[in-house]
Design a protein around this ligand. Structure first.
Ligand SMILES: CC(C)(COP(=O)(O)OP(=O)(O)OC[C@H]1O[C@@H](n2cnc3c(N)ncnc32)[C@H](O)[C@@H]1OP(=O)(O)O)[C@@H](O)C(=O)NCCC(=O)NCCS
Length: 166
């Protein structure tokens, strides 16, 4: 099950193999949630709801129009920026990787972002991939590179709505 991060979750045990993503959960996620800087969701099992199996974070951002591929830019008005949803981090504990839980978290994040965009507009979900391998993970799900930044990828909200039955 996927729920909001709260004080009952044991964050210290979490280890996805990437120090920056571990540290974020250990030290920063709960502060960011309290300050309304990001919302963090965790995957737990019904048998042990304290143990964090995976997590992701969502927040708002804006994308500079010139960073969007030209063919898509042409379909947008010439605003300097468009609103977007940032999937800043997504990780699965090493003990649980390769069981499609990363996919489960990603689909949950996209579904939630799409639903939220019906009330507060957002043109796309943007992801910050930690490295090229992580970028490949997102490309498998249809994300494309933003211009001028190989590790920032996007998936238009329109595509998400058409792909997921939400
Ligand atoms: C990347 C990560 C979230 C994937 O989670 P997972 O539960 O192991 O992945 P899944 O089992 O859901 O795999 C789904 C698909 O992604 C692929 N995939 C998994 N990890 C991948 C990686 N690191 N690079 C590229 N592709 C990957 C799988 O092969 C699978 O593709 P397939 O349908 O062709 O078989 C996890 O390995 C992780 O937390 N890594 C460390 C942190 C990280 O890199 N986070 C992502 C960016 S911030």
């Amino acid at each position: 099950m996927i729920e909001l991060l709260n004080a009952s979750h044991d964050r210290k045990q979490f280890d996805c193999g990437v120090t920056a993503l571990n540290r974020y959960l250990w030290q920063q996620a709960s502060q960011d949630s309290k300050r309304h800087l990001s919302v963090v969701f965790v995957l737990v099992s019904p048998e042990d709801r304290k143990r964090v199996i995976g997590y992701y974070s969502l927040s708002s951002m804006s994308v500079t129009l010139r960073d969007i591929p030209v063919d898509l830019q042409k379909k947008l008005p010439s605003y300097p920026h468009v609103p977007a949803t940032l999937l800043g981090r997504l990780a699965v504990d090493q003990a649980f990787q390769k069981r499609r839980l990363g996919e489960k978290l990603l689909i949950d994040a996209l579904t939630r972002s799409y639903r939220a965009s019906l009330e507060v507009a957002s043109w796309a979900v943007i992801v910050d991939a930690v490295d090229e391998k992580a970028a490949q993970f997102y490309q498998n799900f249809g994300f494309s590179d933003l211009q001028n930044n190989d590790l920032k990828l996007f998936l238009p909200m329109k595509t998400i709505g058409l792909t997921l039955s939400v």
